[in-house]
Design a protein around this ligand. Structure first.
Ligand code: GZL
Ligand code: ZN
Length: 334
């Protein structure tokens, strides 16, 4: 009898524990410190593409350096390792955690409608940074700040036209970034428009190096085996340019100013500009990664009930190996 009583008693206790557990989660109490109500902190969920390049590192540092506790924020940072499905999972986690803002640096332009609708349904503003997204309804994001990638490509092509005008034949190798990313789409459109406009230009190879140094080197090695005559390699970021330069030099050719092969690059990172100063990159088009303060400005406007510009393009310049100086590099913050 006693045994039966003990069993009944423990079952009753278990039941009451479960019940009280369900009431606290049932009411869906926000944890302390979440949202700007409790601790005054603004909670920002940031879905970052990955850590594939110097540019990405500088971009992450800018975001982490801006959204600090001292500045009144709680930053939830997710590195998607260059996979869109990881970014979608991260956004769903941010929704579950009821963040105040979602910031997305999208790896590619498409595939965002469903998850951004889920954020919109619960009223969490979404700010897109760097690359662009292509959604059926642009109310699925609040605003965007980033670069004009087509303009970056056109800037590089304009320099090429000036330097290569009198060459009877210009054979170009094209190392593309992550296929489907705005940076790749815009820089590629710029080059392809240049090839269409210059009869003496020929695109002899076009392949993605995924914006990484390793892949850029690997792809350039295979292209060098197939192409005996190369005049220009157009690299859609600095890290692929570093890989391509290594491959070209390993093949016994020279690059850059007075070299066999002209090197065009994008990003103008510190390492990229140092290589430009060395004369191994002929022309480097800036793509500015310092979006932390820009995103904070957008959040401050939204906090104040203002409506930010839907699209904000950042100003960018370009650097020529024949004119860049160490002072110019030292004056830059990335
Ligand atoms: C451009 C950015 C690109 C950089 C690459 O804004 O999306 O991704 O050009 C980076 O270095 O990997
Ligand atoms: Zn030639």
């Amino acid at each position: 009898m006693k045994k039966l009583f003990a069993v009944l008693l423990s079952a009753a206790m278990l039941f009451s524990l479960a019940a009280c557990g369900s009431t606290s989660t049932g009411v869906n109490q926000p944890e302390s410190g979440e949202g700007d109500a409790a601790g005054g902190q603004i909670v920002v969920g940031f879905s970052q593409v990955g850590a594939e390049s110097d540019w990405r590192t500088a971009n992450t540092e800018s975001m982490r350096g801006t959204f600090t506790e001292a500045n009144g924020y709680r930053l939830i940072f997710d590195d998607a390792q260059q996979k869109q499905e990881n970014q979608i999972t991260a956004i769903r986690n941010f929704i579950q955690q009821e963040v105040d803002y979602i910031v997305l640096a999208p790896i590619g332009e498409t595939g965002w409608d469903t998850v951004l609708q889920e954020a919109k349904d619960v009223g969490i503003p979404v700010i897109i940074v760097d690359r662009m997204i292509d959604v059926s309804d642009d109310s699925l994001f609040t605003c965007w700040v980033g670069s004009d990638f087509r303009k970056e490509g056109d800037t590089a092509v304009e320099w090429m036209q000036n330097v290569l005008a009198d060459k009877d034949s210009v054979k170009i190798v094209h190392l593309q970034g992550t296929i489907g990313s705005s940076a790749q789409i815009g820089r590629t459109e710029g080059l392809e428009a240049g090839v269409a406009a210059n009869a003496n230009w020929e695109l002899v190879a076009q392949q993605t190096g995924e914006f990484t140094q390793a892949k850029g080197q690997e792809v350039m090695e295979s292209i060098l085996k197939q192409q005996s005559e190369i005049d220009v390699v157009y690299c859609e970021n600095d890290n692929m340019a570093f890989g391509a330069i290594d491959a070209i030099e390993a093949a016994g050719k020279t690059v850059g100013v007075d070299g066999d092969i002209i090197v065009i690059s994008f990003d103008a990172t510190n390492a990229g500009l140092t290589t430009t100063l060395e004369g191994k990159i002929n022309y480097n088009v800036e793509c500015n990664p310092l979006h932390g303060p820009r995103v904070e400005n957008l959040i401050k406007q939204l906090e104040a009930g203002e409506t930010p510009e839907k699209l904000a393009y950042v100003d960018e310049e370009a650097f020529d190996a024949t004119t860049i100086t160490q002072e110019v590099i030292d004056a830059r913050s990335y």
